[in-house]
Design a protein around this ligand. Structure first.
Ligand SMILES: Nc1nc2c(ncn2[C@@H]2O[C@H](COP(=O)(O)OP(=O)(O)OP(=O)(O)O)[C@@H](O)[C@H]2O)c(=O)[nH]1
Ligand SMILES: [Mg+2]
Length: 305
């Protein structure tokens, strides 16, 4: 019988969770950026092989903060952790563990011992970063993990590079190996289950944050205001708003003479062409939605995609 498992991908911000999921699923499932807390939802990426099907649930990086927005992201991650068959815990070999890592360790330590012993795999990512250092880094992080979570067997701890595809096949094989028997949940050709408006919004947000600096990536969300198929279903007209928190941030998204907005539109459009069969026509405007990060209605809508 074939295997199937939901795999919770957890770890602190920017360790490379989404990069790994995109690599495994062979398509752009989740947006990736150097800014921490890029992922805001539990995003599903699907891998189907002869051995069976793995559904990766990419989660927002867990960041310690009392802010409503951050607490919501951590709740999403907790829920996924509780509901999955396997856990892929991603760590970063190029950074000191620190208090954020300790908080994740505490969340994992609270799980049943069986889950840690048989269903958790730890990937120590970014093994490519300056060779000598990374080896030391991976060894150091491995020792840290062994000390803090001794229930995870050493053979379930693996140094990988999502960027250079080092050891990632071994990691995937290991996940299939550990997964329970069961039927596939999705057709073999699916690599994500996200709906079209959510994916379009994420692609636009990805294009926007790739160019914006400092606090701005966190201040942005994208609202799809209208979607309409035209020309016998060949063209998808999309009207979207890039929303920021303060009036003063609008100018930075628009840029001098509208250059930044034009760049965001062109980048997103190119990617949408690559992802969808429709010709996508994008109309993007910039809006201010004051304090949206503490607005329950907006947060709920964003979390549900
Ligand atoms: N050098 C190196 N960089 C990596 C590797 N994997 C990911 N990165 C980079 O690390 C940054 C963060 O990657 P993401 O995949 O967005 O990280 P994430 O864990 O999903 O982050 P959040 O969604 O914010 O929690 C990006 O700039 C990636 O290109 C790796 O193996 N090596
Ligand atoms: Mg991510």
């Amino acid at each position: 019988m074939a295997k199937s498992a939901f795999v919770a991908v957890i770890g602190r911000p920017s360790v490379g969770k989404s990069t790994l999921v995109n690599l495994f699923c062979g398509g752009k499932v989740a947006i990736v950026s150097p800014a921490p807390q890029t992922t805001r939802n539990a995003i599903r990426g699907i891998v189907t092989r002869e051995a069976g099907q793995l559904v990766f649930v990419d989660t927002p990086g867990r960041h310690l903060s009392e802010k409503k927005f951050n607490k919501g992201l951590t709740r999403t991650s907790d829920r996924v952790l509780a509901e999955s068959d396997l856990i892929l815990y991603v760590l970063d070999s190029s950074r000191e563990p620190g208090t954020e890592e300790e908080a994740i360790i505490a969340a994992l330590a609270a799980l049943p011992q069986d889950t840690l012993r048989g269903k958790t795999i730890a990937a120590i990512n970014k093994a490519d970063l300056s060779k000598a250092d990374a080896a030391q880094g991976a060894a150091r992080i491995t020792a840290f993990l062994r000390e803090k979570l001794p229930a995870i067997p050493p053979e379930h701890i693996l140094a990988v590079s999502a960027l250079r595809k080092q050891n990632t096949d071994t990691l995937l094989d290991m996940l299939f190996d550990k997964s329970p028997e069961g039927e596939a949940w999705y057709p073999a050709e699916y690599y994500t289950d996200q709906d079209v408006p959510f994916r379009i919004a994420e692609i636009i947000r990805g294009a926007a944050i790739s160019r914006l600096r400092e606090e701005l990536p966190h201040a942005v969300f994208v609202n799809i205001e209208d979607l309409a198929l035209g020309n016998d279903g060949k063209i998808l007209h999309v009207r979207a708003a890039v929303c920021v928190e303060r009036e003063s941030q609008k100018g930075m998204v628009v840029g001098k003479g509208g250059k930044m907005l034009q760049h965001i539109r062109e980048t997103a459009q190119k990617e949408l062409y690559a992802v969808f069969d429709w010709k996508v026509k994008l109309d993007i405007r910039v809006k201010t939605v004051k304090n949206w990060r503490s607005d329950d209605r907006i947060l709920k809508k964003l979390r549900n995609g």
